[in-house]
Structure formats: structure tokens, C-alpha cells
Design a protein around this ligand. Sequence first.
Ligand code: SF4
Length: 351
Amino acid sequence: MRAVAMREAMLYEKLPGLRVRCNICQWRCIINPDKSGVCRMYRNRDGVLYSMNYAQASSVAADPIEKKPLFHFFPGTQVFSLGGWGCNFHCQGCQNWEISCPSDDQPWRNSREISPQQAVELAGRYGCQGIAWTYNEPTMWFEYTLDSARLARENGLYTVYVTNGYMTPEALDELGPYLGAWRVDVKGFSDAFYRSLARISHWQGILEVAERAKHKWNMHVEVVTNIIPTMNDDDQQLEGIAGWISEKLGELTPWHVTRFYPQYNMTSLPPTPISTIEHAYEIGKRAGLKFVYAGNIPGHHSESTLCYSCGRQVVQRFGYQTTAVGLKDSSCKSCGAELNFRTPDGGGRRA
Ligand code: SF4
């Protein structure tokens, strides 16, 4: 058995009776002594809140950045991708339930320990230009991702959170100076949906934190909606998401509408019909979004990026093969239209 990597949590308040309030995510759990929060990754020991899994990785890979998916952020590069343990949501159709909802109370016992320094070194060794915290919700090892992001930026690497977006604003403000991309799921657009899928009720906080990531911290933001038959495939929710992106994040913000495949506790539902994804694509376009991408449909016409102004292809994609054919920094090489890219040669405002 390996030593547990306990670190005192960064954002919590001490309460009477040795209780604590965790302020890392929007659950803001009040935790009694010798108990854990909803996520089970933060534990109260004698009135001190600890992260239990600092640097304990469940999953490690060098991935194409397009796999996150991020289509307008350093296209064609490899990103060193790290997953930890646990989640603050309990989504019934989770793709990564083995690491997000482990049955073991201390799943990190089976981890590979990767310090922030080692993560930076490994990223270089594997030819990656950045580091992503992904596969499970990165907020679950917040202190580790913060230390790693700071070091990564000092070493010239870009940094990415692939997140359900439920972090608190004050946690985001700690990461803000060091995080380049906020790849956020907006899973639906109604109280009933978020309650039934993920058992949370204050889902609008996800939108507020995404807006803060973009406008306060100048992060590159891309939004993903996995469309699940009968749950979030109605026009009202899809129009709600598309309209919010257009109004609050801007019409150049990429929206990925992806196909659901049955898994975990949602095997009774069918895969999303391609016609539903096509319909969501049209809803996004009608809302004024310039970049809507259909996900999990190889070869779909939306896979490559076209300039919305002159119609020329600027980034060619097939699966994870990506070639920037018509980009000049963040703009169209042909007509000069701004396309909201961050690129290795200086496109966009910041990595
Ligand atoms: S990070 Fe975990 S313990 Fe902290 S508020 Fe969120 S669910 Fe609760």
C-alpha cells in the first residue's frame, strides 16, 4: 500500500465543533470531523480539511489537443494529459466512471505518483506543448493542479482544464493567472435536467464561472454539450445553451455538440441519432455561433474549420489528424477575419 498524499486544502473555513466548510466547488460542503465531502476526495481530520490525493494520477497519456476536444487552442499539438480520482457530480452516463465514481474508498492507493515537476518533465519528454487535467473533474485535486499549472507556465507550457465547471469563483481566481483554456461542459439548460443527470441544483453557477474565466482571466473557452436522447435534446435547452454562448461568451466561441453512447447507468438509452446532432448544429448556427462542431461523428462536414467570412478552409481535420491550412495567427489567411484561435506562433491573446 502506498502512502496517502495528504495536503491541507487551500480553500476552506473552520466552523464551530471542528466542522469545516470546503470552498473548492459550488457544493460548499460542510464536513464533520472524520468525514468527507460529497466528492470523497476532501476529508476533515480534527478540524483541518485535507486533499487526500495530491499528485496521485489515475491516468496519464500524450493526447492530441483535439481529443479534449479543443479545436481553436494550439491546433495540431500534443498535450500531456493527467487524470486523478473522483468527481463532484454523479452523472448517470459517465464515460470515465471507473476513476470518477470508484467503489473503493481510497482509490488513490492504485495511483502513479507524478509531482508537478515530473509532469513538466514528462510533458517535454513526450513532445507535448502543454498539460491538461482531464479524464476526471480536475477540481478534485485542485491544489495539485494549481501547483502544476504555475510550474507549467514558468516552463513555457500551455495549461488546460477539462471541467464540469462547478468550481467556485474564488478557486477559479487562484488558477486564473496560470490557466490558458477552460474546456467546459454545459450539459443542459434546466434545473430538472441537472438534477436528474448530476444531482445538483445550482447549475447556473457553471455559467457564471465560465463567463468569469473568459472575461476576468482571458482564458480561451470552448463549450461541450453531450446530447442525450430524451434528456437534453429538446429545442428549449439547446437554444438556451446556444443563446447563452452567443450572448455571454461571444459568437466566436466554439460549441461542440457530441453524440452520446450508452454506458454506465444509462445503457437503456439509445445512441444519439445523427439527425439530432444535425438539428443541434442548426440551432447553434441560428443563434449566431460561427463555430459549431458535431462530435463523435467521424467525417462529419463540421469537423474542419471554415472561415465564416470568406468560406475558405482554415483548419483541416480528419479524426485527430489536424493541419492548419489557412490560419495566420488567429485570423483567416485569405480575408483576415478574426477566428478566435490561440496558436504556437502567437495567435490569440495568451496561452
Ligand atoms: S470539492 Fe468536494 S468536499 Fe469540496 S465542496 Fe466540492 S464536493 Fe464538497
